[in-house]
Design a protein around this ligand. Structure first.
Ligand SMILES: C[S@@+](CC[C@H](N)C(=O)[O-])C[C@H]1O[C@@H](n2cnc3c(N)ncnc32)[C@H](O)[C@@H]1O
Length: 464
């Protein structure tokens, strides 16, 4: 052991990985072996157990209380109030007003689940937004159910006092309205917010959802630690627990591509401020697949013909910024954007791509072309949001991964750049497109090899 870290041999690490995957769905690859060594060192020190072997016997025993302590130690609790501003804007401007309207016609019952709520910032944020809409909830049946597997995190959530860092995304008015300032620069969440939140211990991979007919589920930055299979099974349970038309919010790097076809992706807001969220679909996947044959079509808000009218209305209801058909005649085509790029009119190409993106925010290529136009002007930092949207909407978009990697590397984020070069190499090696005209006419295979090489260079550089 050095500086509290335990060196785990292959067999010990394998046993711990299996335990945590079965108990909590958590996946630990080789890159996390060191951090697991630190966690184990911490648990050995806290329990007074002398060796990893004895500790493993203890923690793997049926009904072991130490298992919960280990889960508390290895789970990542990073969170803050008003996290993910585009989603917060979408909640405030579209989703919560719509849910409150729906609830007022359905028994004034509103059920929201913050699944993987960590130390409470997420559910309290939702409760604050509800308080903005409904200062008094007398006569309403409103619950924000907040669950987590970590007892430590839930204890902190019950305590509901936070440091300045946790509230840095809250406006001064929100801090003044929803927190009591404490000594030492800390803030306590006000009782009228806390009373809307019900905190419970819950394991997302083992327990049934804590309620049904849910209006909204936030399961953000939780499935990034799960395998695809675990996530798929969880999404099935969330689908069952949501009511028709209910919303699902995931973290900005989490997507249901290749995981679930039971939700419709919708975009709320426009341009850089758009949020991508999911809604529960009410038709079975088998019916939908016949009409929406591939993932690009699935990502668009186009319902099957027999439902077109009503679902189209629903789409408009939640997307007030989508221009009406009559206004869309001036929407530039992707060809116009590409022509501007080919002629070196990069600022013009960016302007046209923005207009096209406002009209059709779920089309990955539009964000890719905007990113390309910005990169071509040397605006790497500005290019990051559209390129991130492009790879979010189409994780197989190799060229978008490639551009994003370059923009990240030039902006100094080498670990993220290495990850994107790896994704670019993988996706481009699966691409059959012969060439990439706007990237010097290289073939996809050549570009994939280059990306793999750049990834190795960046990873080697970060280890030094
Ligand atoms: C990074 S935090 C996310 C907090 C919040 N949702 C957000 O986006 O800010 C991830 C949380 O997921 C919880 N978690 C991990 N595995 C879980 C499981 N199997 N069941 C329930 N919660 C889990 C962790 O304890 C942790 O609090």
């Amino acid at each position: 052991m050095s500086e509290g870290k335990v060196v785990l041999d292959d067999a010990e690490y394998a046993r711990l990985r299996l335990l945590l995957s079965r108990a909590a769905g958590l996946v630990f690859d080789d890159s996390r072996r060191d951090s697991m060594g630190y966690s184990l060192g911490e648990r050995l020190r806290a329990t007074g157990i002398a060796s990893v072997g004895e500790y493993l016997e203890e923690v793997c025993a049926p009904g072991s209380a130490e298992r919960q302590r280990l889960i508390d130690e290895v789970t990542i609790q990073e969170t803050h109030f008003f996290r993910n501003p585009p989603q917060m804007r979408a909640l405030r401007a579209h989703v919560l007003p719509e849910l409150v309207r729906h609830a007022s016609a359905h028994g004034r019952r509103l059920r929201i689940w913050s699944a993987g709520c960590s130390t409470g910032e997420e559910p309290y944020t939702i409760a604050m937004m509800i308080r903005e809409l409904l200062p008094s909830t007398a006569g309403w049946d409103i619950k924000v159910i907040a669950t987590d597997i970590s007892e430590n995190a839930l204890d902190a959530a019950r305590h509901a006092t936070y440091g300045a860092r946790a509230v840095q995304l809250a406006s001064a008015a929100e801090v003044a309205r929803f927190f009591v300032p404490l000594d030492g620069g800390r803030y306590e969440v006000r009782p009228e917010v806390r009373e809307l939140v019900e905190l419970r211990h819950h394991n997302l991979v083992q327990d049934a959802p804590p309620a049904d007919a849910l209006d909204l589920v936030l399961c953000r930055n939780v499935t990034i630690y799960f395998s695809r299979e675990t996530t798929r099974a969880l999404m099935g349970r969330l689908h069952t627990a949501l009511r028709d038309g209910g919303y699902l919010f995931l973290g900005h790097s989490e997507t249901l591509w290749q995981v679930s076809e039971d939700f419709r992706l919708v975009s709320l807001g426009t341009g850089d401020t758009a949020a991508y969220v999911y809604r529960r679909l009410d038709e079975p996947a088998s019916e939908r697949r016949a009409v929406l044959p591939d993932r690009r079509t699935l990502a668009e808000p186009v319902p099957p013909p027999e439902r077109r009218l009503s679902a189209r209305r629903a789409w408009k209801a939640v997307s007030p910024h989508v221009p009406k058909q009559a206004e869309r005649t001036d929407v530039p085509s992707l060809k116009a954007v590409r022509d501007a790029l080919a002629e070196g009119r990069y600022a013009d190409a960016a302007r046209l791509a923005r207009l096209a993106g406002d009209a059709d925010p779920l089309k990955p290529e539009v964000h890719y072309l905007l990113g390309l136009a910005l990169v071509d002007q040397g605006l790497d930092l500005e290019a990051l949001p559209p390129l991130r949207r492009a790879v979010y909407l189409d994780p197989e978009a190799g060229l978008a991964h490639f551009l994003l990697a370059g923009a990240l590397a030039r902006s100094g984020d080498r670990p993220a750049a290495a990850r994107e070069y790896r994704a670019a190499a993988q996706t481009l090696s699966r691409t059959t497109d012969a060439a990439a005209p706007e990237l010097g006419g290289r073939s996809a295979r050549e570009l994939a090899a280059l990306c793999a090489q750049l990834e190795r260079q960046l990873s080697a550089g970060s280890e030094r």
